[in-house]
Write a protein that binds this ligand. Sequence first.
Ligand code: UDP
Length: 183
Amino acid sequence: EVYGDPEVHPQTEEYWGRVNPIGIRSCYDEGKRCAETLFFDYYRQYNLDIRVIRIFNTYGPRMHPNDGRVVSNFIVQALQGKDITIYGTGEQSRSFCYVDDLIRGINGYMNSNGDLPGPINLGNPNEFTMKELAEKVISLTNTKSKIIYKPLPQDDPQQRQPNIDKAKELLNWEPVIHIVTGK
Ligand code: UDP
C-alpha cells in the first residue's frame, strides 16, 4: 500500500510510491507510510531493533466471506452462483501470495539476526489481471456465475507486483505456492 498507484513496475523498496493523501484509500495507504516513518525514527533515535515488511496482496483460508477483497469475493460469488463483480475494466493487475508463504517469510525475517531494518517486500511476483483471476475462479469452480462490471473505486492501483530480490538475497525466501494450487 505504501507504493499507491505506482509508476515504477515492479515495485522495489527504493521506490517512494505515488499515494493520494486525501482519497478514500488514504487512511490505509498513508497509515502504513506513517507507521514506517515512526519505526524508522525509533530505529534512528533509540536504536530500536526493527523489521519493516511491505506485504503485497495475500489470500488463504479463513478469510471472512464478506472480507470484500477480490480473491474471497470471486470464490464466494462463484460457489453461491452469484454474479462475479469485476470493478472497472478488469485490466488492472495484482500479484497474490498464499498466506503460508507470507508467514514463512515474516517468521524468517523476524528471527533473522543483525541490523536488518528493511523495508523488505514480501509477496508473490506472479502478476495477472482481475479478468484473468475471474476466469481462473470460474474454471476451477465450474460455476455458472457470469461476470458483471461495476465502477472502479477511486485511486484503485492499476498494477502491482513486488520486486522480491531483497527478500531472496537477505532472507533466502521466495514463495512456492502458485495461485492455482493455493489450497
Ligand atoms: N476487485 C474487483 N472485484 C471485487 C473486489 C475487488 O474487481 O469484488 C478489484 C479491485 O478493484 C482491485 C483488485 O480487485 O483492482 C484487488 O482488490 P483488493 O481489494 O483485493 O486489494 P487491493 O489490491 O485493492 O488492496
